[in-house]
Write a protein that binds this ligand. Structure first.
Ligand SMILES: Cc1cc2nc3c(=O)[nH]c(=O)nc-3n(C[C@H](O)[C@H](O)[C@H](O)COP(=O)(O)OP(=O)(O)OC[C@H]3O[C@@H](n4cnc5c(N)ncnc54)[C@H](O)[C@@H]3O)c2cc1C
Length: 348
């Protein structure tokens, strides 16, 4: 059995047909495979397991998720609750999964790690090596994670499993900072993960990483929540664009593009190439450096380049408003959503 871990949760007040339409539309947009679709059951395969609908125990409809292990099952349940939270917060709050899920414990996709090395990577980045408890789930299908940093001078509090099966983050002085970062590389034999932190003004992660690079030991132990997000790009023609926050992801994607891939990547930094971030670009892909100091704007440059790259897979990582601009333009120009991976990596 491919997905032996399964759980269901009643969705009171939700009609099967309405929910079915919604999931089918999302599946189509994301080019997911529909495995079952009739009046009683809907089952869709995603990158990390199954999602679908079943008859509920005490309601017409129940949500169903299935996965290869407990960690991915938790990720799937959390994703369903998050989706429901936007549309129907009361239903999301009241959801209870058939497998129980032991509320209060650490989330199954949470693990502790220790920063064992920090090196400067040019003037704008610090490269951190994290030694983890168990990084076996970190692979090529999801390359990001939350870097959960303890607060300064206060006993840290870590996240837990909520009664509705989602992740509950602590609030107040002990609450950790938890931005998303990219696993630049993973060494499964040594259980280590390398991540590159872009140093920007006022960034709590920049401050935390700098403190450790100067010998600070108080906040060396962090939490990792993941893996999450998108995986490698399998495309023969790409239009990629990113600022510094996406350099680690772009570097990993570029070195794993299929043999003979072609395209273009725009790399925006304050002074362009002078940021010295190590990025290997395959022969068929043209790298164009942009400089904010000279007035270059990543979003505008990407929009202008689109007409030269019909049929390409678009990958964009940058500031939120520019990401929205690129996503909307790709949609308006008729790009299929499965060929567009545009993410907001940070917000002003
Ligand atoms: C999927 C994904 C993967 C990511 N991978 C990486 C990675 O590998 N390396 C990396 O460095 N970042 C990465 N980021 C971006 C990172 O999560 C954000 O930059 C985040 O805001 C950093 O938090 P912070 O602690 O530095 O700043 P915070 O303390 O949370 O924010 C402080 C201020 O800094 C501003 N700010 C945040 N980012 C920037 C920026 N780039 N330039 C200028 N101001 C900024 C905020 O608007 C805020 O006002 C990734 C984001 C996503 C969504």
């Amino acid at each position: 059995m491919k997905y032996p871990y399964e759980a269901q949760a009643d969705l009171p007040g939700i009609a099967f047909s309405a929910m079915r339409q919604m999931i089918l539309a999302q599946a189509k947009a994301s080019r997911l495979t529909v495995l079952e679709d009739d009046e009683m059951r809907l089952t869709v395969e995603t990158a990390h397991g199954l999602i679908g609908l079943r008859p509920g125990v005490e309601s017409e409809t129940a949500g169903m998720v299935a996965a290869t292990d407990e960690r991915w099952l938790f990720v799937m349940k959390n994703a369903v609750v998050q989706q429901m939270q936007h549309a129907l917060p009361a239903v999301a709050e009241a959801m209870r999964w058939s497998d129980g899920g032991a509320p209060g414990r650490l989330p199954p996709n949470f693990s502790f790690a220790r920063v064992t090395d920090v090196v400067e990577l040019g003037p704008a980045f610090l490269r951190l090596t994290l030694s983890g408890e168990d990084l076996s789930s970190y692979g090529d299908s999801a390359i990001h994670f939350r870097l959960v940093q303890p607060p300064k001078g206060v006993e840290p509090q870590w996240p837990s499993v909520a009664a509705n099966g989602s992740i509950a983050w602590p609030e107040g002085p002990g609450a950790p900072h938890r931005p998303v970062y990219t696993a630049r590389s993973i060494d499964h034999a040594c259980n280590t993960l390398v991540t590159d932190v872009f140093l920007h003004n006022g960034g709590r992660t920049s401050e935390w990483a700098t403190e450790i690079s100067r010998g600070g030991r108080e906040r060396q132990v962090v939490g990792l929540v993941g893996p999450s997000g998108g995986g490698l790009l399998s495309a023969h023609h790409v239009l990629m664009a990113t600022d510094e926050t996406g350099f680690p992801a772009a570097a990993r994607l570029l070195e794993n593009l299929p043999e003979g891939a072609t395209g273009q990547i725009f790399l925006e930094a304050e002074h362009g190439k002078a940021c010295d971030y190590p990025i290997d670009v395959p022969e068929g892909v043209e790298a164009v450096w942009l400089s904010r100091a000279h007035g270059d704007v990543l979003g505008d440059t990407t929009l202008a380049a689109m007409e030269n790259h019909a049929g390409a897979k678009i990958w964009f990582a940058g500031e939120g408003q520019q990401s929205t601009q690129v996503r909307n333009a790709a949609k308006a120009a008729g790009w299929e959503s499965g060929d567009v991976r545009v993410s907001s990596f940070w917000r002003v």
